[in-house]
Design a protein around this ligand. Sequence first.
Ligand code: IPM
Ligand code: MG
Length: 357
Amino acid sequence: MREYQIAVLKGDGIGPEIVDEAIRVLGKAGEKFGFAMHCHYALLGGCAIDETGMPLPQETIDTCKAADSTLLGAVGGPKWDSVPGDRRPEKGLLGIRGALGLFANLRPAVIFPELRGASPLRPEIIGDGLDVLVVRELTGGIYFGERGRRTVNGAEAAYDTEQYSVPEIERIARVAFQMAQKRRGRVCSVDKANVLESSRLWRATVTRIHDEEFPQVELSHMYVDNCAMQLVRNPGQFDVIVTSNIFGDILSDEASMISGSIGMLASASLSGGKAGLYEPIHGSAPDIAGTGKANPLATILSAAMMLRYSLGEAEAADAIEAAVSRALARGRTADIASKELPVLSCTEMGALVCECL
Ligand code: IPM
Ligand code: MG
C-alpha cells in the first residue's frame, strides 16, 4: 500500500470544517485506489496566535517540511484584527509560503457544467464554458518587498515596494509555459508595463524565456486593468494567465466568481520540488463558521490537486473531480444553491462527494 505523510493546517473560521471534509474524501479515495494518508496536524494563523503567541510557530514549518505535502484550510478573523501587522494570522500564511519556497501558485478557474446557472455572467458570455489557469507568483513582489513608515513633507506616510528579480520572473514564466503545454498552448502575461518599471522587466523577461525555451507556446501580454475587464467581457479567450503576486491575488478572486462561487476554487502552491501546499482560494469566512453553511468543495478540489501534483495519484484526482461534478447535480451548499436541489450542510456535501466516489 502506498503511504503518504500529510501536514494538515486547519486554520481559523470555517477552516476546520472544510478540511475535515477534504480529509474524509481523501480517505475514501485511498480506500478505492490503494493508498493511505497519515495526517500530521499543526497550527497556523489565529489559532496559532492563541496557543503560542505567533501566527507561524517553528514546529509548523518543521511539520510541513517533513511531510510529503500540506493541506491548508484558511486563516484569519475579526478576533485578531487588532494584532499588529507583523503578527497577524495572514502573516503566518505568507510566512509558510516563504519558508517552503512556494513561488508558483496555480489557481484554476473552471465552470462545472452543472453550475453554469450560478455564474453571474450571461450564458452568451460564458459560451462553451470557462477554463482559465491563473499562475500567480507567490513569494515576491509587493507582498515581500521593503515596507515601512516615514515622514514626507512633515506628514506621516507609508510605503510598500514592488520588486522582481530576473530569476524570480524566469522561474514563474517557465511554470506558466509548461502548464500551457499541457493545456491549450496559450499564455497571457499580465502586467502594468505602461506604468511600472518592475512590470517592464517582467514583460521583457517573460518574452525572452518564451523566445528561447517555449517558442511553440503562444504568448500575449495584457495590462492588468484591461485583463480585469476582459475576464468578464470574454473569459473564453484565456488559457493560462501568468502574473505577479498582487495582480494574481486580485484576478484570481475575479476569475473565481465567474465560475459560480469563490467556494469552488482550489489552489496549489509549488516550489519546483514534489511537495506543495494546497488550499482553497477563499478565506476563513468567520461570519458563517460553525453554522454548517461552508462549501467544502474548494478544499476537496485542492486535495485532488495535491494527489495530482505532489503524490502522483492522478487517477484518484480525476475520480474526485468527477465525483464533485456528480455531487453538484444532486445537492448544493447555500452559496451555490439551486431551486431544484436540496440545500446541504458542509458535512452533508462532503458525505455526498464520498458517496459519488
Ligand atoms: C489569498 C489570500 C491571501 C493573499 C491573504 C489571506 C494574505 O487573499 O490566498 O489569495 O493575499 O495571498
Ligand atoms: Mg486573495
